[in-house]
Write a protein that binds this ligand. Structure first.
Ligand code: ADP
Ligand code: ASP
Ligand code: MG
Length: 401
């Protein structure tokens, strides 16, 4: 079989860990597989490099950040190839660019445009294990780009799709996808299978076990993902097409996102065009607005609230503070979080949201904002109740059973 393995930060977090990854790769080779191995930087490394840059500048050039951050993955890719060669497993390390990954020029959050698989295929034909530095590519002018945090998952899925791999196995410190983050609810249960749609919602709503873009791409290219642990031999979770029997389950998972902040605007003039003006300004600065609520107006004034990623709050705040007309009061709050329930079964059942609201009410947790889609319900609550809310919802939908 032709398989892509991807090892995340903790899996390559020390030299010993890289050695055990090499052992795992060598075993997969002995079993007769052809392998491309995508690696992350050693855990903590990317954050350390960001801090280094911040020492010199609060707002470093994004091009230089990509030069800097791509180095973390280069270290692990080359070390893994060296370790494999030493064990008698022929291996070659490549940067994202050398592996043929071409992206747009949006530095620090680039999108993959195409993959030229010539080099990877040539090395596979020579019976070598190809070790690729994740999280990076090059643009058309040969400049190094990176793919956004957690982007090695995306590199792995994109390569798996491009070479037509039989599976993309993503190794981390958990042995699969759980009904919720097992660090928050130890009673969480491992799923043997989850649909792309549900996984995409969970990942987009805060379950960082897989990067959301990687799930989106896997669905598009129909790449079978298997989430596994690099610390054990356990089976893992398959992420694939939705199955007929899945709608029987109302809620399959719960996600928590603590990196959200809220902007509340009071006494906003209720006239056509005001929302357009506010949100256009935010969009121009690439701020990701998520939930939006607006009250019915009274006396020509209304209230407008919305959430943004916490990291984008300073920029959003600057824009809103400079907005000098039509808004009476402005306030900003990063002590909130978003808890979401996800399940394809919601499409065909009613009352799912009501159950969540009642469960939180029983715990005296106030819901400050709500948004729904076909297969999810998200609620904004005070951050101090984050874990309690996750555990409460986990139990009310009997996910621990
Ligand atoms: P890597 O560094 O290998 O990319 P991550 O730290 O990005 O790994 O992802 C693994 C972590 O994701 C786990 O340690 C776990 O705490 C967290 N996680 C969040 N939600 C879930 C979930 N539903 N199932 C499994 N793990 C989850
Ligand atoms: N090293 C990068 C990060 O920490 C990419 C990755 O690990 O997937 O975000
Ligand atoms: Mg990750």
């Amino acid at each position: 079989m032709l398989i892509v393995h991807k090892y995340g930060g903790t899996s390559v977090g020390s030299l010993e860990r890289i050695k055990s990854v090499a052992d795992r790769v060598a075993k997969a080779r002995r079993d007769g597989n052809s392998l491309v191995v995508v690696v992350s930087a050693m855990s903590g490394e990317t954050n350390k490099l960001i801090d280094f840059a911040k020492y010199f500048s609060p707002n470093p050039s994004k091009r230089e950040m990509d030069m800097l951050l791509s180095s973390g993955e280069m270290v692990t890719a080359s070390l893994l190839a060296i370790a494999l060669n030493e064990m008698g497993v022929d291996a070659v390390a490549m940067s994202g660019g050398q592996a043929g990954i071409v992206t747009d020029s949006f530095h620090t959050y680039a999108r993959i445009k195409s993959i030229d698989t010539t080099s990877i295929k040539r090395e596979l034909d020579r019976d070598r294990v190809v070790v690729v530095a994740g999280f990076q590519g090059i643009n058309r002018s040969g400049e190094i780009t990176t793919l956004g945090r957690g982007g090695s998952d995306l590199s792995a899925v994109a390569i798996a799709g491009a070479i037509g791999a039989d599976a993309c196995e993503i190794y981390s410190d958990v042995d699969g996808i759980y009904t919720t983050d097992p660090r928050v609810e130890p009673k969480a249960k491992k799923m043997s299978y989850i649909s792309y749609e549900e996984m995409l919602e969970l990942a987009s709503l805060g379950a960082k076990v897989l990067q959301n873009r990687s799930v989106e791409l896997a669905k598009k290219l129909n790449v079978k993902i298997v989430a596994k642990s690099s610390f054990s031999e356990s089976e893992g979770t398959i992420i694939g097409e939705e199955r007929e029997d899945m709608e029987a389950v109302l809620v399959s998972g719960i996600a928590l996102d603590k990196n959200q902040a809220r902007v509340s605007l009071k006494d906003v003039s209720d006239r056509p065009g005001i929302a357009a003006e506010i949100f256009t300004k935010l969009a121009e600065e690439n701020i990701n607005v998520d939930m939006i609520i607006q009250n019915a107006s009274s006396n020509g004034l209304t209230m407008l609230g919305f959430t943004v990623p916490e990291s984008e709050l300073p920029k959003a705040k600057e824009i809103i503070e400079n907005f000098d007309h039509d808004i009476g009061g402005k306030s900003f709050d990063s002590n909130i979080c978003k808890v979401s329930i996800v399940g394809v079964g919601m499409k065909s059942h009613s009352g799912v949201a009501a159950t969540a609201f009642s469960a939180l009410a029983r715990e005296n947790i106030n819901i400050e904002m709500i948004s729904t889609s076909e297969i999810k319900v998200s609620m904004v609550i005070d951050q101090k109740y984050a874990e309690l809310a996750v555990r409460t919802l986990h139990s009310v939908y009997e996910l621990d059973k």
